[in-house]
Design a protein around this ligand. Structure first.
Ligand SMILES: Nc1nc2c(c(=O)[nH]1)N[C@H]1C(S)=C(S)[C@@H](COP(=O)(O)OP(=O)(O)OC[C@H]3O[C@@H](n4cnc5c(=O)[nH]c(N)nc54)[C@H](O)[C@@H]3O)O[C@H]1N2
Ligand SMILES: Nc1nc2c(c(=O)[nH]1)N[C@H]1C(S)=C(S)[C@@H](COP(=O)(O)OP(=O)(O)OC[C@H]3O[C@@H](n4cnc5c(=O)[nH]c(N)nc54)[C@H](O)[C@@H]3O)O[C@H]1N2
Ligand code: SF4
Ligand SMILES: [Mo]
Length: 747
């Protein structure tokens, strides 16, 4: 493709977008004076603190969903260091290495500092924002004109502030007329969303972190809490009740080693295990009849269903010893306050939703919900996965509403003062259908914001091939070197965490403020301002006049949440959030002084119209890609260390973090298998699946069971191996089980 002229179709009158252009160019001058804008409006201009000398502000961390608060130490408005906030109810003065290094990763030579456009010679070359925004508009509009509204789509993220997510979702769908947009939360949380919606009537993780401290029995399913949520593990360590910790994971991990019971089951046999345990609990009458009768429905059918899961079957399918299964059931019975927590070992599976619901069923049937130290609790992943679940306008209409519901559409249209007919009547296609849509040439233009699919999406060889078929790929990222940015036609340079303001919602539904404490490099702009700029160029800027700043959007989000389970109309502003140490939803207007901890379902009322939670169950299904004689190993993937974040665009920039993990891809293999394959630790090996091969170093360890291998997801090659299978209800990819073989590289 070629560079473009600046006066394309759909360009707004100069005065509309002109106000943004000087903003983009005058990086050092007093932008507020030049443009008569308030500091809040100029996301990349002055920092909020106008103070000379040393001062302190706070910001919620931008890596994981724990949502730790950090004290940011400022000198002459610029961040010069940080330390964990001692009095924040989440982290209580603690932070993990990523949090400590959060400022370091902002400063890297490969930060995207100017828009880049692929030129006629096929090279990405710097262009002005004017050219970038015009090109975006012209190319996307041309595709749309020729191929219809579904022909352009977006992929977004759980890692930008909620205000930006909402603006992107509203702009893309209501302003630009896109039908489809999804995000990396599909890779991550879609299962929990569907499981909760079906069981509780709304996507509502019920817990508060204090539950980690108040449980006497903590069940961790497919969660390596010690490295993926290290500060939540610290909360477990503060538990005064000497809790019984039961970890369910095919691998031995940092977390299972610290547990009192480790159920090293066969991959994806969790569903059978939980049905079998439910059957045991019913047989022994270790259930809470009163709770079941008063607050649930579907129990009788469920009880009849689980009779098909006698201990012998469970032993056979899970590979666990009968005593271990019985001990697990006994522990649930003995516990006074049992909490169940799950993460990707559950969500990333071909039968993920039903597995999550099997966990919910255990909590419901034993009355372990709504009380301190209990719950069926999905732990989220990214800093703002919860924000994207409610406000990304992809699967749900803004504010946890339903695209298919006419009343919901009207409500949202009224709040936003837009025509109801601009709101699509269906949710977007899920991620994998968008990818298939590209393959079928139904989608030809794609806008990727704060995610790196050319590394993280399943079955990478195919994924990259699919992305390469696009007529126009736009990547909006803080670095220009990500695997996806490198193949883009247009790269839009984004400001990062710390360089912009807004809110995140953490795993326990706590809304906290991320602050602007540093200037974005070069001409990089806050995603917020990129969206505003593109709205002007697209010609729909008027629709977003009220969306003038993140703080103004927060007001709109409050209105959208009104009357929903996630109602936050009682929050005044960012200052209130800062003062209170964040606020967990719901917090409707008129709420009394907020309790520091907020737990759902204390009254036993769920969000279905009859107020009851549902038991949902279904026959387990076989692994989509079982092992064969050619591919005799099951490959597990997941987090490798506390210091690595996903596709490593950020964490690899820190010299400190780099010291904490092996640079080269490694493959964990059991000693028994290693002996059989005649390979030792450090040997160069090739792991291959039907889809591709990767090279790495063998790490011989009993942490993985015979017949299984583990490779961390952080290495670019890992997803060449993974098998594109999906949960039928959540459409979440099943990253954690595929058939592979391993051999010495030289063979
Ligand atoms: N350091 C670090 N922390 C992170 C992240 C990161 O990249 N780095 N990412 C964040 C994000 S977005 C997320 S979603 C979370 C993920 O947090 P986790 O889900 O805790 O991390 P994973 O390692 O992906 O998976 C957890 C465990 O699931 C196990 N598992 C695999 N298959 C099965 C199975 O069939 N059954 C069971 N029971 N277990 C199975 C794996 O062996 C693994 O130990 O972490 C967040 N925190
Ligand atoms: N094999 C395997 N694959 C997996 C998983 C697994 O367990 N196994 N886990 C899956 C899960 S749970 C997840 S969440 C995904 C994560 O997958 P991705 O979302 O692809 O991973 P990240 O590296 O977090 O990508 C975030 C991108 O956003 C950029 N970025 C950061 N901050 C900003 C910002 O403020 N603005 C903009 N515009 N850009 C920004 C970063 O530079 C980076 O390129 O991976 C999934 N992939
Ligand atoms: S635990 Fe998560 S939120 Fe806390 S400092 Fe580490 S990465 Fe940040
Ligand atoms: Mo995730």
């Amino acid at each position: 493709m070629s560079t473009t002229q600046t006066n394309g179709a759909g360009m707004p009158p100069a005065r509309d977008f002109g106000r943004y252009i000087p903003l983009l160019l005058q990086r050092t001058g007093p932008l507020t004076e030049t443009l008569s804008l308030t500091p809040a409006e100029v996301g990349n201009g002055l920092l909020p603190q106008q103070i000379q000398g040393d001062s302190l502000t706070t910001s919620v961390c931008g890596f994981c969903s724990t949502g730790c608060n950090l004290n940011i130490h400022l000198r002459d408005q610029q961040a010069i260091g940080l330390s964990p906030a001692p009095d924040y109810p989440v982290n209580l003065g603690m932070a993990c290495p990523k949090g400590w290094e959060a400022l370091t990763v902002l400063d890297a030579p490969d930060r995207a500092t100017r828009p880049l456009l692929r030129n006629a010679a096929g090279k990405l070359e710097p262009v002005s924002w004017d050219v970038a925004a015009s090109t975006f508009t012209e190319r996307m509009k041309a595709i749309q004109r020729e191929h219809g509204p579904q022909s352009i789509a977006f992929l977004s993220t759980g890692q930008i502030v909620t205000e930006e997510m909402a603006l992107l979702g509203a702009l893309a769908k209501f302003g630009m007329g896109m039908l489809h947009g999804d995000g990396n939360t599909r890779q991550c949380m879609a299962t929990a969303v569907v499981a909760y919606k079906q069981a509780f009537g709304f996507d509502a993780p019920p817990y508060t972190y204090a539950d980690f401290e108040q449980s006497d029995t903590i069940v961790l399913v497919g969660s390596n809490l010690c490295i993926a949520h290290p500060i939540l593990w610290q909360r477990v360590m503060r538990n005064q009740f000497d809790p019984n910790i039961i970890a369910i994971d095919p691998r031995t991990t940092e977390t299972t080693m610290a547990a009192s019971q480790h159920l090293a089951l066969q991959p994806k046999s969790d569903l059978t295990l939980f049905y079998g345990v439910a059957n045991l609990l019913i047989e022994r009458d270790w259930i809470d009849h009163e709770f079941i009768d008063a607050h649930t429905k579907g129990f009788d059918e469920f009880a009849a269903f689980v009779q098909a899961f006698p201990l012998t079957r469970v032993v056979e399918e899970t590979g666990l010893a009968p005593e271990a299964i019985e001990q697990f059931a006994q522990s649930i019975h003995d516990g006074l306050r049992v909490s169940f927590w799950w993460t990707m070992g559950v969500n990333q599976s071909h039968q993920a939703v039903r597995t999550a619901q099997a966990i919910i069923n255990l909590a419901l049937m034993t009355g372990n919900i709504g009380r301190p130290g209990t719950g069926a609790n999905s732990i989220t992943g990214q800093c703002n996965a919860m924000g994207s679940r409610l406000f990304s306008n992809t699967t749900n209409l803004l504010g946890g509403h339903d695209f298919a519901n006419a009343e919901h559409r009207q409500k949202v249209a009224n709040v936003l003062a837009i025509d109801e007919s601009t709101i699509p009547q269906e949710a977007s296609w899920p991620y994998h259908r968008i990818m298939e849509g590209i393959l079928r040439r139904e989608i030809r233009g794609l806008w990727v914001v704060a995610t790196n699919p050319a590394h993280s999406w399943i079955n990478q060889e195919t994924a990259r091939d699919i992305l390469s078929r696009l007529d126009f790929l736009v990547v909006q990222d803080m670095y220009h070197t990500t695997e996806t940015a490198r193949i883009a036609d247009l790269v839009l340079p984004a400001a990062a965490w710390g360089e912009k303001e807004g809110t995140f919602i953490n795993s326990e539904r706590r809304i906290g403020v991320a602050s602007k404490v540093s200037r974005a490099p070069g001409e990089a702009l806050a995603d917020f301002h990129i969206f505003k700029l593109l709205a002007e160029y697209w010609g729909c800027g008027e629709m977003f006049r009220r969306w003038e700043s993140p703080a103004a959007v927060f007001e709109i989000l409050k209105q959208l949440s009104a009357g929903q389970p996630c109602d936050v109309t009682g929050i005044d502003d960012y200052e209130m959030l800062r003062d209170l140490g964040g606020v967990q939803w719901p917090y409707p207007a008129g709420s009394e002084e907020p309790a520091t901890e907020r737990r759902l379902f204390a009254d036993g009322r769920f969000f279905h119209s009859d107020g009851r939670a549902k038991f949902i169950c279904e026959e387990p299904r076989p692994l989509p890609e079982p092992t064969t004689s050619k591919y005799p190993f099951t490959l597990l993937t997941g987090r490798g260390s506390v210091a690595q974040w996903h596709t490593q665009t950020r964490t690899a920039k820190s010299a400190v973090l780099r010291k904490l993990y092996p640079e080269e891809l490694y493959v964990e293999i059991n000693p028994h298998d290693a002996a059989e394959q005649r390979l030792g630790s450090g040997d160069l090996v090739v792991v291959s699946s039907q889809r591709g091969a990767v090279q790495g170093r063998a790490l011989v360890t009993p942490a993985v069971q015979p017949g299984q291998l583990f490779i961390p997801m952080h290495y670019e090659a890992t997803n060449r191996l993974t098998h594109p299978s999906f949960d039928p209800y959540s459409h979440q990819p099943s990253y954690k089980a595929c058939a592979v073989r391993i051999e010495l590289a030289s063979r």
